[in-house]
Design a protein around this ligand. Structure first.
Ligand code: HEM
Length: 105
């Protein structure tokens, strides 16, 4: 449902474009107050892991980006990566991304 709301042109400008900068300076509250943006759900069944998630997700991502260089398997053209989405409880890539973590010596 979040995915459908997030693609609704009544609430989002250019909803099909990946524009994370749309949130810069935004007053939207991700904690279930603004119903056009409810990544953790809302109300009585809102995600109980929200406080942990908002503290951890950016740290995990930053650690991965900071600790490794990332490359694609030999022969993979970045333009050929299948970005098809697979619908489910969460939206994920239909074809998993194979990325190789490289440790600098
Ligand atoms: C970015 C990370 C996360 C996102 C986007 C997310 C999102 C969600 C969403 C959309 C729901 C459904 C809410 C509803 O039914 O209205 C949910 C439920 C839930 N989440 Fe998360 N979640 C995240 C991380 C976590 C973490 C780290 C934990 C636990 C450590 C967690 C535990 C739960 C539990 C237990 C429920 C069920 C709550 C209930 O039904 O009463 N989540 N989450």
């Amino acid at each position: 449902m979040d995915g459908l709301i997030g693609r609704d042109e009544r609430y989002w400008e250019d909803p099909f474009s990946f524009l994370p900068e749309r949130f810069l300076g935004s007053k939207l509250d991700y904690r279930g107050q603004d119903f056009e943006y409810i990544p953790f759900g809302a109300g009585r069944r809102i995600c109980t892991g929200l406080p942990l998630a908002v503290r951890m997700v950016h740290l995990m991502l930053a650690s991965l980006v900071h600790s490794f260089n990332w490359k694609l398997p030999v022969g993979t053209n970045p333009h050929d990566i299948d970005m098809t989405e697979q619908f489910g409880v969460t939206l994920k890539k239909a074809t998993p991304l194979h990325a190789i973590a490289v440790v600098d010596e």
